[in-house]
Ligand binder design. Structure first.
Ligand code: ADP
Ligand code: ZN
Ligand code: ZN
Length: 738
């Protein structure tokens, strides 16, 4: 007998994305007696044996799950969606495009508390302002009180915390006593008297090129436009951003500003807050979880006007987003290199396209991808070819190392130039992209080299503290006194690192501060800020640093930039090496001569006649990059073709190759004609942290071809006969081929 079918009102199933590597959403029954949760709300669900926080992605009237397996939601955490439809759609697109499970993609960008299912109410941030009715100048006796009144007069509103920072001591007690005198009042920050349309400081008068760029930007009809602002270092790109941002603020729109990882410094944030009377939320690594959540919520409900952040800020919910700015758009840190391997630049462009708003990419050294888009008309190109104000581009000269003696990697000629610069009371920046003391520790008697077994690469010798450190897996061990192989004491540090050069320069110039700026020396909180203060005080000093120093910083007193070793990028097998070298050299060089004093750049090399160096020095990055683009076209390389990289890892060298061989064979059977496969081959970085690696590269002339293959690629990976022994991942638009 057939079961009795009772007609009920339509049954809805709740589709939930949970943090699971399974690439699908899961269906649940709604919670009895509760309204249906809206897409974008968080729910608690039972998943296997655990309870997880998931996100509702939709409702449906059908499900493949058999009735007896369907389970109801455990709880609904939000009444109103945490993420709006638009942001959900953005995540959905990114999850599809980067072949990464939606539930896990959502995880990576939500603040921790929200991931853990905590409530999401916005605390009302309070701030202080002057009492308006008091037009008369009020004299107060305490100098601290006077300082507070002065600060509030110039900043309009400040939180107690901001005031404490500005005063260098706690401000709350003083504020309370000023409040008692009815001189200041505490108000919710969002209702504070500050209006975003009002500027805190006046804009600079744009020069001709800035004015031209701005008028193009302002003339655009509403809608999606992607601009590439190609402006040499110090040409005033930031000024263009600031003026365009102001337009948006006066229209009541929010602005999202993306910056590279190491550029989100107090100086950057200060530059924005000095210009605008606006609520600025900055997402940087120094925030507590609570602060991060608060900023996220303020962005979401529209009370933050400007959001500045690194890569993951591209997923910040913004109720009234009107413009996205991507500074230093070429920077590698926009691409996440593990887990959810998205490019924040590309996600931002997609987001702007969905919202029909403009997106402005800026760089002195645009990526070849963006340059290609601009030259082919997909993006609109805006150029700034002159330095702003009185600053001039520095002259670049090659120092031929073949002709000279060096000590600690510094040639005699360079040493003399450093001395001359210091004696003019100007600053010197010495660039060396390798931290530690020396990259190799070698036994002079038997040739033994200290190396990390887990990576099969040499250990880097560090002096502070003294240890051997693997820069690939972070393994550490004490420095041996004798060669472990032949017992000889003749161990020698070979090659050059920032510690070594710093030590040598300190000996040579004992009267001047020598500041080392790299990941090691700036690890402690506040260390970088202190060094930046020294630099900005303008006293003559020497900065020795890695690429941390190369990007974005504005050092008006640096007039000599020295590149100790330009050669490592010249002969690399990576097809991006020349592009990266050009960007790095140009950016480092761009730190010189950024004010009235003329700058010079000295590049030490054994190959002063190398065409890449010659062209960079003589014609600049712009023409160098256009030349590289032609080579890429001839070589059928990105941006003229597109790549997807499958990397396989296992604890035996053969397994990843076998895995990929099987995958490649199966792929061939369904491959479209335009698809090319490279490999399987062992990765250039064969063994990393004890794991053997191999890779397979898929190439096609169009992204869509690779995208269509995505689903079956993932399927083949999951059903590979070695799937249990090999870990495989897919990197879409990879930039790391090591
Ligand atoms: P970029 O972002 O291109 O490196 P910045 O915007 O940092 O350049 O500008 C470099 C310097 O030039 C800054 O000190 C800035 O204040 C100054 N500057 C920018 N635009 C102008 C202008 N129109 N007039 C005078 N100075 C300017
Ligand atoms: Zn030895
Ligand atoms: Zn290692």
């Amino acid at each position: 007998a057939s079961p009795l079918v009772k007609r009920v009102s339509p049954q809805f199933f709740v589709q939930v994305a949970v943090p699971s590597p399974l690439r699908r959403t899961f269906d649940y029954l709604p919670l009895a007696e509760h309204p249906l949760p809206k897409p974008g709300c968080r729910v608690t669900v039972s998943f296997g044996r655990q309870e997880l926080t998931g996100l509702v992605t939709g409702l449906s009237t059908e499900t493949d799950v058999p009735a007896e397996k369907l389970r109801p939601l455990v709880a609904i955490l939000d009444e109103e969606p945490l993420l709006d439809e638009h942001l959900l759609a953005l995540y959905r697109w990114a999850s599809n495009y980067y072949l990464f499970p939606l539930g896990m993609a959502l995880q990576t960008a939500l603040p921790k508390q929200l991931r853990e299912g905590l409530t999401s109410t916005l605390a009302t941030p309070m701030a202080w302002q002057l009492v308006r009715k008091n037009n008369t100048e009020h004299k107060v006796r305490s100098s601290q009180h006077q300082k507070i009144l002065d600060l509030l007069a110039s900043y309009q509103v400040l939180t107690a915390k901001e005031l404490s920072v500005l005063l260098n001591k706690p401000a709350r007690a003083a504020l309370l006593s000023l409040q008692a005198k009815q001189l200041v009042e505490e108000v919710p920050l969002s209702s504070a008297a500050a209006t975003t349309a009002q500027l805190a400081t006046q804009p600079l008068t744009p020069d001709d090129e800035q004015a031209a760029a701005l008028s193009t930007l302002r003339a655009a009809k509403p809608g999606f436009h992607c601009y590439l602002l190609e402006g040499i270092t110090g040409s005033g790109k930031t000024e263009v951003y600031l003026q365009l941002i102001h337009d948006m603020l006066t229209k009541g729109k929010q602005v999202l500003v993306l910056v590279p990882e190491i550029n989100l410094t107090p100086q950057t944030i200060e530059r924005f807050s000095r210009r605008f009377n606006a609520r600025i939320v900055a997402f940087h690594s120094g925030l507590t979880d609570k602060q991060r959540l608060q900023g996220w919520l303020e962005a979401r409900d529209g009370s933050a006007h400007i959001v500045i952040g690194t890569r993951s800020a591209v997923f910040t919910p913004l109720a009234k987003l009107g413009l996205i700015v991507i500074d230093e758009e070429h920077d590698d840190s926009y691409k996440q290199q593990d887990g959810f391997r998205y490019s924040a630049r590309d996600v931002a462009i997609y987001r702007a396209n969905m919202l029909k708003i403009p997106v402005l990419l800026g760089s002195a050294t645009p990526s070849l991808e963006s340059l290609h888009s601009a030259l082919s008309g997909r993006f609109q190109l805006l150029s700034l070819t002159k330095r702003a104000g009185n600053a001039r581009l520095p002259t670049i000269r090659m120092l031929d190392l073949k002709m000279q003696k060096t000590q600690a990697g510094i040639s005699e000629l360079l040493l003399a130039e450093i001395a001359a610069t210091l004696s003019k009371r100007e600053q010197v920046l010495v660039f060396l992209n390798r931290r530690g003391f020396a990259p190799v520790l070698l036994c002079r008697d038997c040739g033994w080299i200290a190396h990390c077994d887990r990576c099969e690469r040499s250990y880097t010798l560090h002096q502070q503290p003294a240890q051997l450190r693997c820069h690939h897996c972070d393994a550490q061990r004490p420095v041996p006194r004798h060669c472990p192989s032949c017992r000889s004491p003749a161990l020698e540090a070979m090659g050059l690192g920032t510690e070594r050069s710093t030590g040598y320069l300190t000996e040579q110039f004992p009267d001047f501060p020598v500041l080392r700026i790299d990941r090691d020396s700036t690890r402690a909180v506040g260390k970088l800020d202190t060094m930046m203060e020294t630099i900005h005080s303008g006293i003559p000093c020497i900065l020795v640093g890695t690429q941390m120093l190369a990007k974005g910083h504005h050092f008006p007193r640096v007039s000599l930039v020295a590149v100790l070793d330009a050669d490592s990028g010249l002969f690399s097998a990576d097809f991006r090496a020349q592009e990266n070298l050009g960007q790095l050299l140009t950016q480092v060089a761009g730190r010189a001569g950024r004010s009235d004093i003329h700058g010079q750049v000295l590049v030490q090399t054994y190959y002063p006649n190398h065409p890449a160096l010659q062209q960079l020095a003589a014609q600049g990055y712009g023409s160098f990059a256009r030349q590289l683009l032609q080579e890429r076209a001839l070589g059928h390389l990105p941006p003229y073709v597109h790549f997807m990289l499958v990397r396989a890892e296992a604890n035996q060298p053969q397994l990843p190759l076998d895995f990929l061989r099987e995958l490649a064979e199966q792929l061939w059977q369904e491959a479209p004609r335009e698809l090319k496969l490279f490999g399987p081959m062992p990765s250039p970085f064969l063994k990393k942290a004890g794991v053997f690696r191999a890779q397979l590269v898929l190439q096609a002339p169009k992204r869509s071809i690779l995208q269509k293959l995505g689903a079956s690629l993932l399927n083949l990976i999951e059903t590979n006969s070695l799937n249990r022994k090999v870990r495989a991942l897919v990197d879409v638009d990879p930039i790391d081929f090591s």
